[in-house]
Ligand binder design. Structure first.
Ligand code: HEM
Length: 393
């Protein structure tokens, strides 16, 4: 390889699913980030898991060397209370522990009838208007948005507001001013919403946290605002992107779609393979090195940055033979699309349930589903997704 490769690789045009991967013989090597800084990129499955489970690698964005894959305003880099995805150790554990019961599999199972109702209503509404229809606006985006709104107690009528701000915060093309403005508007919105929960209560997750955690002093109101923002943003955008892309990929693999249609029991495995194959958190997971550590014989020093490249790990041929092939029956349960270690996605049982139910109902109810026109519009975002998916049935 000549020179230091640049990371992340953004497709100049065309199909972002076909972006080439950087590979290093030892599974680790240096890359140049958009800032001009260098960081270590880890590309092998076992090494990605090593980084993500080792406390020598910090999620705290204010640590020296934390690799920034995207230029962000300095204010964005300040630790924001409650955003435990960017915290380490006891601070992270304290906040995460308070939320864990809410996202346990058995708790999410109780939500399945509600998720199914939301899915079916969205499909009915889309069918009443079409064909054709944009599957993103008609289905992939409203379903997880409604689910997270019901769970948190956020009014769904505000969906355009929070969806737009989220999109701005995640888009490559957004100016620093636009990112900051979007973030501040979301904070102001959440501040008001949390105040309303404190005043009026309600039967939802935020009201429960107010009554059971804020009132007892285990969490303060500023932390709750940060937690609520994290859950709202992470809870709709990622799953929406996965639903839209999964439909696109299944339509591009009609044999696999047919198999799934004939064997609905295989849906759980299919969802895991779609998560692996697509790995929508395309820029990987950034960490700052806090103590000198070896990764496959390579010394990485305190103050340097490391990126655990989930996409490369999920295409490591020693774990997933023929990794570029979509094989819904491969049983890809070792994938790291939800991360690994203490920060592994808190919402994964919810995301899995939404994906399973959304794809199942869509396949059952629209047997003639097909792409309406060629040419799909992808999202301008560091999380892979489709912006528009015109379909017919
Ligand atoms: C298919 C959909 C999703 C994908 C691919 C995804 C992916 C991820 C990944 C890779 C991480 C690890 C971040 C890190 O280690 O730095 C993560 C963390 C997280 N995700 Fe998800 N996620 C999805 C859906 C959701 C949903 C539905 C929710 C909430 C309702 C959610 C909430 C969170 C939270 C709170 C964290 C931080 C956990 C921690 O730091 O302890 N995610 N997600």
């Amino acid at each position: 390889m000549i020179g230091t490769p640049r990371f992340p690789i953004r497709p100049a045009e065309g199909d972002p699913l076909a972006v080439p991967r950087i590979d290093f013989p030892d599974g680790i090597g240096q890359v140049e980030l958009p800032s001009g800084d260098t960081a270590w990129l880890v590309t092998r499955h076992e090494l990605v898991r090593q980084v993500l489970r080792d406390p020598n690698f910090s999620s705290d964005v204010t640590r020296p060397g934390f690799p920034i894959v995207r230029r962000l305003p300095p204010q964005q880099m300040a630790p924001s209370p409650g955003s435990f995805i960017r915290m380490d150790g006891p601070d992270h554990a304290r906040l995460r522990r308070m939320l864990t019961p809410e996202f346990m599999i058995k708790r999410i199972r109780l939500m399945e009838p509600l998720i199914r109702e939301i899915v079916v209503d969205a499909l009915d509404a889309m069918c009443a208007e079409g064909p054709p229809a944009d599957l993103v606006q008609g289905f992939a985006l409203p379903v997880p948005s409604m689910v997270i709104c019901r769970l948190l107690g956020v009014p769904y009528q505000d969906h355009a507001f929070f969806q737009e701000r989220t999109r701005t915060m995640l888009a490559w093309a957004s100016s620093m001013e636009a990112i900051l403005a979007a973030r501040d508007e979301l904070i102001a919105y959440m501040t008001e919403l949390v105040a309303a929960k404190q005043r009026d209560g309600g039967d939802d997750l935020l009201s429960r946290l107010v009554a059971e955690r804020v009132a007892t002093g285990e969490m303060d109101a500023a932390e709750l605002i940060g937690v609520a923002m994290l859950l709202l943003v992470a809870g709709h955008e990622t799953t929406a992107n996965m639903i839209g892309l999964s439909v696109l990929i299944l339509l591009r693999h009609p044999d696999q779609l047919e198999r799934l249609r004939k064997d609905p029991e295989s849906m759980e495995d299919a969802v895991e393979e779609l998560l692996r194959y697509l790995t929508i958190v395309r820029t990987g997971l950034p960490r700052a090195v806090v103590a000198d550590t070896e990764i496959n014989g390579q010394l990485v020093r305190a103050g340097e940055g490391v990126i655990a490249w989930l996409d490369a790990a999920n295409h490591d041929p020693s774990v997933f033979p023929g990794p570029g092939e979509l094989d819904l029956g491969r049983g890809s349960h070792q994938h790291v699309a939800f991360g690994f270690g203490v920060h592994q996605c808190l919402g994964q049982p919810l995301a899995r349930a939404e994906l399973r139910i959304a794809l199942q109902e869509l396949i059952d109810r629209l047997p003639g589903l097909a792409l309406a026109v060629d040419g799909v519009e992808y999202r301008d975002s560091f999380i892979l997704g489709v912006q528009r998916l015109p379909v017919t049935w």
